[in-house]
Each structure stands twice: as structure tokens, then as C-alpha cells.
Design a protein around this ligand. Sequence first.
Ligand code: NAD
Length: 262
Amino acid sequence: MAAKETEGPLAGRTVIVTGGATGIGAAIVTAVADAGAAVVIDYVGSSTAADAAVATLTAAGRRALAVQADVSRPDDLTRLVAAAVAEFGRLDVMVNNAGIETRHTLLETTEKDYDAVLGVNLKGAFFGMQAAARQFVAQGGGGVVVNISSVHEDWPMPGNTAYCVSKGGMRMLTRTAGVELGAHGIRVVGVAPGAVDTPINASTEADPAKMRALDAAIPLGHVAEPGEIGAVVAFLASDAARYVTATTVVVDGGLMQSSLGL
Ligand SMILES: NC(=O)c1ccc[n+]([C@@H]2O[C@H](COP(=O)([O-])OP(=O)(O)OC[C@H]3O[C@@H](n4cnc5c(N)ncnc54)[C@H](O)[C@@H]3O)[C@@H](O)[C@H]2O)c1
């Protein structure tokens, strides 16, 4: 079947999505591919889900590639960007989506927990952005970085301290890099989901009382489907969002503003 990436707002663009085989990342992959982009799906560990996504997209006439790269390793990120360029000729959008959490309080957090969470969520985004931006500059400028943050870039979550620190750092990374890179025509945008139905929330979703409290605290009345985040990322990656940079778009169903709290 002929490739369809010549149609849509991201036609002719190449997008990398880190942690793109599951959850929000997988929904972003679908949304940007539907918008016409060629997609590079980064994963760690088993390739099964990433390979299945590539097979599905390819069967639908899209262009897609799966690459194993650990985002906490800058050399892996450099290799990831090089693989995207080798396959599709250029890079246009980097989505730093990979993330982990350990759900420990400050008193419980070990150095290993801290290094793991900050290594993936903040160091991964920092060097992912750097590798992408170096490629953008080498291509002559332009390009978009989308950092998948969280409402917890602003909103404390007791019992998940290192995660909140990582997303708070990502908030400032988005702002500072957005200002620095504006001169190259590069946009940097954060997306802060509230609660989304993905594997990262398995412990909350296993507790019906917690889930009822969560749904009740969300003005729009439900935890987000991953596609509700993916659609916003595809928009922000497109030229329709060409004046948006150095800021975070909150996509939380009103959760942060809710007086109901949690
Ligand atoms: N689900 C939510 O409620 C929610 C809310 C706000 C923000 N987020 C953020 O959304 C992003 C995606 O999370 P999700 O909810 O889809 O959960 P998820 O667990 O499905 O996705 C995380 C992905 O990151 C990958 N990953 C982990 N370590 C990696 C590494 N070292 N290198 C490369 N990939 C790695 C995982 O394999 C997985 O595919 C995360 O940054 C998370 O913090 C999620």
C-alpha cells in the first residue's frame, strides 16, 4: 500500500516518541501517524509492543520504525535521533514521553529510586531535547520538542516526591530551553496530563475507592483516555500551534482547579 504520510498537518514530518509502545506514548504515536507523520517508536526491554505497533501502522500505509533506546543514557538518545534521520531523512518533532515513578515519600526514597526517576524523567528529557535540537539546528532550524510532564510539575503529590521533583525540573527545562532555542525557530512545549488510564496508574486503578475519589475530583468526571492526550500533542506538534513555546499546556479535565481536591 502507498505511504499516506503525504496527507495531514504533519505530512512529511518525522516524529520520535520515547516510551512510545505503551500508554500515552502509544496514543501519541497513533495521533501523529494519523496526522501524516512518519513515526519512530522508542522502547526499552521487550520489542513486542513496539514491533506490533510498527506492523499495524505499516499495514495502514504509514511509515514507522521501532528503536530500542534507554532514555537515561545520552548515547542511546544520540543513536535514536541518528536512526530516525537514517530511516526518514530528517527529524521534525521529539516527544519526550518516557517516564517512571516509584511512589515513595521523601523519608522512604533511596538514592537508587531517586537516580532511576530523575534519570528517565528529567535527564532523559534534557538529553533527548539536546540530541533533537542539535539535529534541528544542523538541518537549518525549526522543529518542535514536546515534553510530557504532569500536573505534578506544579502540584505536590505526597508519597511521590522524586516524581514531582522530576516534573518540576521538566517545567523549568521547557521554559529555559524554549527561550534559548527560539532563535533557531525551535518550539518547546510541555503537556501536563492529569490522571490518565495507563499502566503507570495500575496501583490506583486496582483500588476502587481511590478510583471513585479520583473520578469525583475531576470536573469533567472521568480519568482521561490516552487518546485525549495524544490529540493535544499532535496539535502542538503542528504548524497550527506555531506561536506556542516555552510553556506548559495542562490537559487534566479541570483537576488542578477543582475545589474538591483529593
Ligand atoms: N498516566 C498518567 O496518569 C500520567 C499523568 C501525568 C503524566 N504522565 C506521564 O506520561 C508519560 C507516559 O506515561 P504513561 O502513563 O503512558 O505510562 P507507561 O508506563 O505506559 O509509559 C511509560 C513508558 O516509558 C517507557 N520507559 C520507561 N523507562 C524508559 C527508559 N529508560 N527508556 C525508554 N523508555 C522508557 C516504558 O517502557 C513505557 O513505555 C510519563 O512521562 C508520565 O509521567 C502520566
